[in-house]
Design a protein around this ligand. Structure first.
Ligand code: GLP
Length: 243
């Protein structure tokens, strides 16, 4: 695993942005696995700036996102489709038809999961899957569990995740309880993985994930078994891992 420790969030965003940008330059028709959450927002700003300056061309890039809340449509301002449109897709020259997010309003969640997994497979291996990490070590919405889920599936969110997401919703009752997420197997199929972490509050889970035992109780720990992982974090998030 390659680890880059940066002084702060902005430097982390520039470094991680450069890694994804170099992939787009080298392989203009690459498939990017994308993530939501507050951590990648600065990285997305980097990509937007480089696209606006003419350095990057996303016209042939395809994307596939990790997850979506069940019950929220793409025009709901807390849906992950909306997040991706407003934080990245609306500002770069990617073709919207080439961007994929699970459909949170699909009437049959299991059928939507099967459809989404076939979309991932049809795109070919994801060239680089971007990941943030939840405080309990979740990646996508793969929560701590007894086993590593293989494929895209519907999941009940843990109370700690619901609590962490509550800041984005008007009331606790509005916070979605379920989500559709790529499985750990879907993520591990990617050719390379780029993990971004920021802030002191992530330091304990970063250490458990990358220096502790590989266990489904810490879903991100599976990344220790992937052959091509890059971890980019600021000093606050990496301090416990790097000692
Ligand atoms: C949500 C997303 C994850 C993300 C996590 C961390 O749970 N489903 O993909 O990694 O939030 O978010 P943040 O970067 O805001 O800490």
């Amino acid at each position: 695993m390659q680890i880059y420790c940066t002084p702060n969030y902005d430097a982390m965003s520039r470094k991680a942005g450069s890694i994804l940008a170099s992939l787009v330059v080298l392989k203009p028709n690459c498939t990017l696995g994308l993530a939501t959450g507050s951590t990648p927002i600065g990285l997305y700003k980097e990509l937007i700036a480089r696209c606006e300056s003419g350095e990057l061309d996303f016209s042939a890039v395809k994307s596939v996102n990790l997850d979506e809340y069940i019950g929220l449509g793409g025009d709901h301002d807390q849906s992950y489709r909306y997040f991706m449109n407003t934080n990245l897709f609306d500002h770069i020259n990617i073709q919207k038809a080439n961007t994929h997010v699970p459909n949170g309003l699909a009437p049959d969640a299991d059928a939507e999961c099967a459809r989404y997994e076939s979309v991932i497979d049809a795109l070919g291996p994801i060239d680089c899957q971007l990941l943030g990490m939840g405080h309990n070590g979740h990646i996508g919405f793969n929560e701590p569990a007894e086993h590593f889920p293989l494929v895209t599936h519907a999941v009940d969110l843990q109370p700690s995740t619901i609590q962490a997401n509550a800041r984005f919703f008007a009331t606790m009752e509005d916070v979605p309880r379920r989500a559709l997420t790529m499985g750990i197997g879907s993520i591990m199929k990617a050719k390379s993985i780029l993990v971004v972490v920021s802030g002191k509050d992530k330091a304990p889970i970063v250490k458990r994930a990358f220096a502790g035992p590989v266990t489904p109780q810490v879903p991100a720990s599976i990344l220790q078994l992937h052959p091509n992982v890059t971890l980019v974090g600021d000093e606050a998030a990496l301090c416990e891992l790097l000692g």
